[in-house]
Design a protein around this ligand. Structure first.
Ligand code: THU
Length: 134
């Protein structure tokens, strides 16, 4: 099975586990990390809506807790006719562990719909160099 198919399958499995009683919109995310392992996450909602967390957030937590530190590729999968794109906060979370050319795959249950780089997803990102000052 090629790599993107593996990421797709992993995200599909994660999506099935999502806890989404409020939105009814399950999302799965799968990361290929620098240790060549795949880490997954799903969205977990809460009756206090802002306490919910995104699938990307869960996958990043799993990656960090697994001991890896870099995203080589990430795939985000949701239902619907429209392309699922990470929220602003998740773009920043992904950027923390990515390089400018890191690939982000946006998928539906039908497969990958669009692939873009981190720079395309989050131009002019706030990053470590941004903190440099005199
Ligand atoms: N959601 C994600 O998990 N990732 C995204 O990239 C977009 C949105 C979740 C948050 C919420 O549980 C549901 O999708 C509807 O917004």
């Amino acid at each position: 099975m090629d790599l993107t198919t593996q990421l797709l399958e992993a995200a599909l499995l994660a999506q099935k586990k999502a806890y989404v009683p409020y939105s009814g919109f399950p999302v799965g995310a799968a990361i290929l990390a620098d240790d060549n392992k795949i880490y997954t996450g799903c969205n977990v909602e809460n009756i206090s809506y802002p306490c919910g967390s995104c699938a990307e957030q869960g996958a990043i937590s799993a990656m960090i807790c697994g001991g890896a530190r870099q995203i080589k590729e990430i795939l985000i999968l949701g239902n619907g006719q429209n392309l699922i794109t990470p929220c602003g906060a998740c773009r920043q979370r992904i950027a923390e562990f990515s390089k400018p050319q890191t690939l982000i795959h946006l998928a539906t249950t039908q497969g990958i719909q669009k692939t873009l780089t981190l720079t395309e997803l989050l131009p002019l990102a706030f990053f470590d160099e941004s903190l440099k000052h005199d």
